[in-house]
Design a protein around this ligand. Structure first.
Ligand SMILES: C[S@@+](CC[C@H](N)C(=O)[O-])C[C@H]1O[C@@H](n2cnc3c(N)ncnc32)[C@H](O)[C@@H]1O
Length: 249
């Protein structure tokens, strides 16, 4: 046994010193994609049969189906009647933010939208860094706030204040993750982890892209031991909504 362990270490160290891994550089994306696509396929296999509101499988996607999904979530969770805290990561021109602020009129609800408003901080999929750059949208509802800047710069301060003054156990939190990128989604999730509690709803807008939102969620769930159920999905899991059933917070 000790011989096998020693040989294993010897070979690994030899590969490191030889820089053999550099030969694999051209294949990095393909390896990563294959791994995440395989994980996504397992995820779909485990969840597809259990989702109460789902259109899987449809041969074509319609982006407007996400409105139907959001309407369903609001109705099935009674979100139009109670105070919510809606946190949107990735606001761009404010389409989904404006929709949600109109869909819940409770005076105690609060709506927070985070964005650089200078577009994506990295290339994503077929889009280049800077795509989705918009002016901060106009808003005539005092319950809403836009927080401009990289999440990595703004969210620490926001959550510090949120935990001290705004958070309330009676409020359902709806967290809309629409930043597209793996890094941005994972960052937002990990910052939110200490606050996540049973009943929180997380909505993903590009869930089934293997190397981005899906990979961020998969890595997050595995690292933070979050338990959840999938409560809705449209466009073959492109838009997916989950509800936290157990968290360590
Ligand atoms: C697809 S758009 C959001 C669309 C919007 N939710 C809607 O439905 O109309 C993605 C947005 O995420 C923002 N974003 C991505 N990563 C970010 C980060 N790390 N910090 C701040 N904003 C980020 C981009 O600026 C971009 O506006």
């Amino acid at each position: 046994m000790s011989f096998i362990r020693k040989s294993n270490s010897f070979i690994k160290d030899l590969l490191l010193v030889s820089r053999f891994g550099l030969l694999l550089k051209p294949f990095r994306f393909a390896f990563k994609f294959c791994y995440n696509f395989s994980m996504l396929s397992s995820w779909v296999n485990s969840n597809a049969g259990k989702v109460p509101y789902s259109d899987f499988y449809k041969p074509t996607r319609k982006y407007t189906n996400r409105v139907k999904l959001h309407e369903h979530i609001i109705k099935s969770e009674g979100l139009d009647q109670k105070p919510i805290h809606y946190l949107e990561f990735g606001v761009a021109g404010g389409t989904s933010f404006a929709w949600w602020i109109k869909a819940n009129l409770h005076p105690e609800s609060r709506f927070y939208g985070f964005d650089t408003f200078e577009g994506l901080p990295e290339d994503w999929h077929f889009f280049k860094k800077g795509a989705f750059s918009y002016d901060i949208p106009f808003m005539d509802d005092a319950r809403g706030t836009f927080i401009k800047g990289l999440f990595q710069e703004t969210v620490y301060k926001f959550l510090d204040n949120y935990s001290k003054t705004i958070d309330s156990p009676n409020v359902t939190r709806v967290i809309h993750l629409d930043a597209d990128l793996y890094s941005s989604t994972l960052f937002a999730l990990t910052r939110l982890a200490p606050f996540l509690r049973k009943g929180d709803i997380l909505m993903f807008d590009e869930f089934n892209i293997p190397n981005h939102e899906f990979a961020a969620w998969n890595d997050f769930v595995r690292s933070y031991y979050i338990k959840y159920e999938v409560i809705g999905a449209v466009n073959n899991f492109y838009q997916t909504v989950v509800k936290v059933t157990e968290s360590l917070a």
